[in-house]
Design a protein around this ligand. Structure first.
Ligand SMILES: *Cc1c(COP(=O)(O)O)cnc(C)c1O
Length: 371
């Protein structure tokens, strides 16, 4: 689905020397690369605080820990997402309330959020799925009206621009109270191992987030709250500093692939190409088609036989996972989520795709669909 080898080849001299520098200085934890990356990401995102951490799941967990929620408090989240978004809610003894997504954007439906609010609701976790922003203007309005926190799961959409109703353009992940991201290697901004970060414009929250990510420590060996140990290491930060400079180029490359696919699949019967919202810039972490009246699983197998990778993101929605059995969430009525689960298929999309690869992939898909 991605070609990290070819991508590395293009930035190899810079990456190799940056990693060697870390080795020479042997400052592996909390080194200068981490603070350098933190500052550069802050200015790229236009956000006041960036707290690097060990991975995207930790970012979500630390964000939720910083809100001082009580056991049983409800957190509204889409079911159509990667499991990490929803898992951390349950891990902290909170109650995930799974709601429906919009059939076009694949992102959480604002009306469904409002309908799910109860006196126990404390937070909303929208996910900018596949690289396109959720309906943040509507979500922020709902949050304000009901006094709820908003934690954006920005793991798939780093670098995406969002148009606020007040006319300003901001980066996704900087709109809610807290934004979370992952630097997993295959993400749009990926390192060479695990990594993550938390963003906020709120000074008080930033202090808390920093403390929680570092054993609840306020000053050395003084621990004020229960926290965890979640750090980005210096080697990963060195890699990320180099790749952050390429992020906008990487996004353009992904969007070019999406344009090619759109042009090919747009006219095809029973194939819905990704919807592009006017509010945001799609950064195409995934290129996901909806197939109607076609054998989706058959296509998936056919492509595998042609050595074309394809993926079903995600084959089981969160509310139907065994993990959440005790919450009784499988009985939640989410017809759009179930409908999408049976029809979506994601094709290879990355920064290094060649025209002949795109020709081969599209030809292979068409061979099966036109059969
Ligand atoms: C990747 C991802 C995460 C988790 O990130 P990790 O770094 O793998 O822990 C969370 N949410 C979404 C939507 C993701 O795609």
């Amino acid at each position: 689905m991605v070609d990290l080898v070819s991508q590395y080849e293009k930035i190899k001299p810079a990456i190799d020397s940056a990693i060697l520098d870390v080795l020479k200085n042997a400052q592996f934890i909390n080194g200068p690369e981490v603070s350098g990356f933190q500052d550069e990401l802050k200015s790229y995102l236009g956000v006041k605080h960036v707290i690097p951490c060990a991975n995207g799941t930790d970012a979500l967990q630390i964000a939720m820990m910083a809100l001082d929620l009580k056991p049983g408090d409800e957190v509204i989240t889409p079911s159509f997402t990667y499991i990490a978004t929803t898992e951390v809610i349950a891990l902290l003894g909170l109650k995930p309330i799974f709601v429906e997504v919009n059939k076009d954007t694949f992102c959480v439906d604002a009306k469904a959020i409002e309908a799910a609010i109860t006196p126990k609701t404390k937070a909303i976790v929208p996910v900018h799925l596949y690289g396109q922003a959720a309906d943040m203007n509507a979500i922020m309005e709902i949050a304000k009206k009901h006094n709820l926190y908003v934690i954006e799961d920005n793991a798939q959409a780093i670098g995406s621009d969002y148009h606020l109703t007040n006319g300003s353009v901001v980066k996704t992940g900087t709109i809610g109270d807290i934004g979370c991201t992952s630097f997993f290697p295959s993400k749009n901004l990926g390192c060479y191992g695990d990594g993550g970060a938390i963003f906020t414009n709120n000074d008080d929250l930033s202090v808390k987030l920093k403390m929680i990510a570092n054993h609840g420590q306020s000053k050395r060996y003084y621990h004020d709250v229960v926290g965890c140990n979640s750090r980005l290491d210096n080697i990963q930060a060195a890699v990320l500093r180099i790749k952050l400079r390429q992020l906008d180029n990487y996004i353009d490359a992904r969007r070019n692939v999406a344009d090619y696919y759109d042009e090919f699949f747009g006219p095809m019967e029973g194939v819905q190409i990704p919807f592009r919202s006017h509010d945001s810039k799609h950064v195409f972490h995934q290129y996901t088609l909806i197939l109607e009246g076609h054998d989706r699983d058959g296509l998936n197998e056919y492509l595998a036989s042609k050595d074309v990778p394809s993926m079903i993101y995600y084959p089981v929605p969160a509310h139907r996972q065994k993990m959440f059995e005790s919450f009784g969430s499988a009985s939640t009525n989410l017809p759009t989520t179930d409908w999408l689960t049976e029809r979506v298929i994601s094709l290879p999309i990355h920064t290094e795709m060649q025209e002949e690869q795109l020709e081969y992939i599209t030809k292979s898909v068409a061979e099966f669909l036109n059969k």
